[in-house]
Design a protein around this ligand. Sequence first.
Ligand SMILES: Nc1ncnc2c1ncn2[C@@H]1O[C@H](COP(=O)(O)OP(=O)(O)OP(=O)(O)O)[C@@H](O)[C@H]1O
Length: 263
Amino acid sequence: MASIYTFASGKGGTGKTTVSANVATALAGMGRRVLIIDTDLGMANVGLFFSLNINKTLHDVLAGDVDVREAIYEGPYGVKILPAGYTIKGYQKANIKMLEKVLDQLNREFDFIIMDTPSGINPNIIIPLKLSHYVIVVMNPEITSITDSLKTATIARGYDVPISGVIVNRIENGLSQNLRNKINESSGVDIIGEIPADVAIQKSLSLQKPVVCNYPTSAASFSLKRIAAQMAGIESDPTYLNETGSQPKKGFFQRIKGIFFAQ
Ligand SMILES: Nc1ncnc2c1ncn2[C@@H]1O[C@H](COP(=O)(O)OP(=O)(O)OP(=O)(O)O)[C@@H](O)[C@H]1O
């Protein structure tokens, strides 16, 4: 059975898609079976993020028009992607309540199912939240972003969905201890990732490829891979994550070093 994660935030633009798509890709690079679902039905962009040439989409699946397997595409390292479509018509016909059935159909085939959600508070976020095993909150290091994200965390708790941690994204010049304490105290959970503002992310976006593939040794990539390693339960020996990639262990780590440090 898959572990089902929702990546959520309060306001838009915190980097949910960037973070969830890269973490999904990194997990696939670590040999995990991973599906990312774009549940942002109105403003979908996961398909664009992976430069997919999409035909059938989650809109069609949620409308009951196509089998879910017809709408799954493959990305780097074999990560599977279930994108939402880009049309208003598709958005209007999609019934988010069908998501539960989609997850039931797929959860035996994957180790991780990651849902990228819309911002705000509406059924397109509430339903994925309720269907998740864990929520990861993505926020920026500003007090407004922290406050908004914590509202989403409170909603998740209201449905008894545990928050597995907070990711602080787009950090300029490090995260102050004061802000770190504020986030820890107000959220009641650990910060599981600190991702710097990194131009490699924007360069990758214009190339429509995850930064963990395009710029595997960038600062943002190391942070993203570290988060994925924690989720995969291999944080105890992240030798392959260090800045030089030196002295990786043989076997599994040797293999993924090749993936992550390919030039
Ligand atoms: N760590 C980072 N460094 C630099 N740019 C970043 C970083 N994270 C995200 N971005 C940029 O911020 C913008 C918004 O990111 P993204 O689309 O992932 O946010 P989002 O939370 O999914 O947005 P929405 O709520 O609208 O779906 C993008 O242009 C992305 O490239």
